[in-house]
Unconditional design. Structure first.
Length: 551
């Protein structure tokens, strides 16, 4: 607890009489910080901070990078803008070294203002001087070093744009008329170097993403970078485990293509899937986890805790976590392949808004992802139609989405309907829709179709040692214990597969709740169980950082 004498040593409080100082000593939070520890985050609710000892750095995310935009020394304060304008923090604050800082919440600040009106007056004056600086940082535009050139409705261009978006690479897309003999997209990198029709891995390497693991042995290997996998990496790295995530394409999983998640705790106004994935990715990297993209796993050897990547790279781990998620089911039409990326798309992300601009679009599916996409794209499309095979949306969609759709004049719901035909020359131009009530078929001018009709586990590549249910989802816990593959003389942990030390989380796990929040929870639980497993095996403190070829 800070004393009246210490408060009087702070210039802004020095002239105050004893009564407000005594009030402050009782009302403030006296916070002691380690180097780099945050006392405020961008977007937090307003508060007022004063540096007592040490120093503080004011940071802001600009173009995806955290930069220092100011410092505070003893006697200086932070929070003057939010307190004056009643807004959230426009920047973050962290200790520059060992520091001591006091915090006044709004109640304490305004109570002090009633006792000493000079304080809020000084704070408001300083806030005005900082607003110009904040406006400068807010107006900074991303440094675009990657330019993607391709025809507007080109499948490969769409795929590359989605890949860069989900990997948080700043880029722009320039629509061009196709030239005979040229393969698209053409990607221009910093310095003017151009790559024609690059693979995802070639492009990843060219823009500086990690495509090669840094070592051959880890404490924790996570397969898949959806919400559950990234959460496992965050928790593993935070708890001192050498962690790596192996992702076949880009972070985010299916959730990364969700246009809006309204029921995720802590985001009162919702959050997009790509924004949630972006935050988790930054957090995992900050804590020291490796994120390796565009690498597929071709084999898992449970008995030796080995993972084999495409190209033959061999990794060893003390614990393996399977978070490979699921894949969208495809439309059962022979002609669907010719329109993939030129009118038909699986899943829907915010970055797809350009596809919907001014178009008549169709969304096939009746789950939350379909509902979120319909609401989002209604802001851009001329019309949005949801095709539902069943009687209504009630059986598979959350009530808040159903109510929003009902109140939106730009969205039409057609029940007992399914797509039976696709038409168009080089791009999709119309769709045949069957009305199962009367057997009639109509031709609708949908030029864009987003398909979200459920998903399947793709686990056929896993070894027989890892037991699965009849639908290919991985068995864990009690279900794994009842399989012939489980031979250990103990019961498996709740998320442990039939192979000891190999865990499964998220959508790929049999019996999991297919919701983002549930996947995130399982990611944290898996690391807790991993520690228990390692302790049980007597290896909790026996991390071996040597590469596989050194052992």
């Amino acid at each position: 607890m800070i004393t009246v004498e210490e408060l009087r040593g702070i210039p802004v409080f020095e002239p105050l009489p004893i009564e407000p100082l005594e009030y402050l000593s009782r009302a403030v939070e006296d916070i002691r910080l380690l180097p780099g520890e945050y006392f405020a985050h961008e977007g937090d609710d307003r508060a007022f901070f004063v540096v007592v000892e040490g120093g503080a750095e004011i940071t802001k995310l600009v173009n995806g990078d955290e930069i220092v935009i100011g410092t505070r020394t003893p006697g200086q304060f932070f929070g003057e803008v939010p307190m004056t304008l009643s807004t959230p923090f426009p920047a973050s604050g962290r200790a520059a070294g060992t520091a001591r800082i006091i915090k006044l919440d709004p109640t304490a600040f305004y109570t002090l203002g009633g006792m000493a009106p000079s304080i809020p007056a000084k704070v408001a004056a300083l806030a005005r001087s900082y607003l110009d600086d904040l406006q400068h940082w807010a107006s900074e535009q991303p440094d675009i070093e990657v330019h993607v050139y391709g025809p507007r409705q080109d499948a490969a261009t769409h795929d590359i744009a989605g890949f860069l978006t989900r990997n948080q690479v700043a880029f722009d897309v320039v629509s061009v008329e196709p030239e005979p003999g040229r393969r698209y997209p053409v990607v221009e990198l910093a310095g003017g170097r151009r790559i024609e029709a690059p693979s995802a891995r070639d492009l990843a390497g060219a823009v500086g993403l990690d495509v090669q693991p840094a070592r051959g042995a880890y404490d924790l290997i996570v397969l898949g970078a959806g919400p559950s996998g990234l959460t496992a990496a965050v928790n593993g790295a935070a708890e001192g485990l050498n962690s790596v995530v192996i992702e076949a394409l880009a972070p985010g999983g299916q959730a990364g293509t969700s246009t809006r998640i309204e029921n995720y705790t802590g985001f009162p106004f919702g959050i997009s899937g790509d924004d949630l994935a972006s935050r988790a990715l930054k957090q995992a990297k900050r804590l020291g986890a490796e994120i390796v993209v565009t690498r597929s796993v071709i084999d898992v050897r449970p008995d030796r805790h080995e993972v084999v990547l495409d190209g033959g790279d061999l990794l060893r781990a003390r614990v393996i976590v399977l978070a490979t998620g699921v894949q969208w089911r495809t439309l059962p039409l022979a002609s669907v392949g010719r329109y993939l990326g030129t009118g038909v798309y699986y899943g829907a992300a915010r970055s797809d808004s350009g596809l919907a601009q001014g178009a008549d679009i169709c969304i096939v599916g009746a789950g939350n992802s379909a509902g979120q996409a319909a609401i989002f794209f209604s802001r851009f499309a001329r019309s949005v139609t949801i095709l539902v095979r069943g009687d209504s949306l009630e059986a598979s969609m959350s009530r808040y989405l159903i109510d929003q759709i009902a109140a939106n004049d730009g969205i039409r719901v057609r029940t007992h309907s399914e797509v039976v035909g696709l038409h168009g020359d080089s791009t999709l131009e119309s769709v045949d829709v069957l009305d199962k009530d009367d057997g009639s078929t109509t031709s609708d001018p949908f030029s864009v179709v987003f398909v979200m009709i459920g998903a399947d586990a793709v686990t056929g590549w896993l070894p027989e040692k890892i037991a699965r249910d009849d639908h290919g989802f991985i068995l864990t816990g009690a279900d794994a214990a009842d399989t012939p593959q489980w031979t250990a003389d103990r019961r498996p942990f709740a998320l442990e597969t039939s192979a000891p030390g190999v865990f499964a989380i998220g959508d790929v796990r049999s019996g999991s709740v297919k919701r983002v929040a549930a996947g995130v929870g399982e990611g944290g639980m898996a690391v807790a169980f991993a520690h228990q497993y390692l302790a049980l095996e007597g290896r909790e403190d026996q991390s071996d950082p040597r590469s596989a070829d050194q052992r």
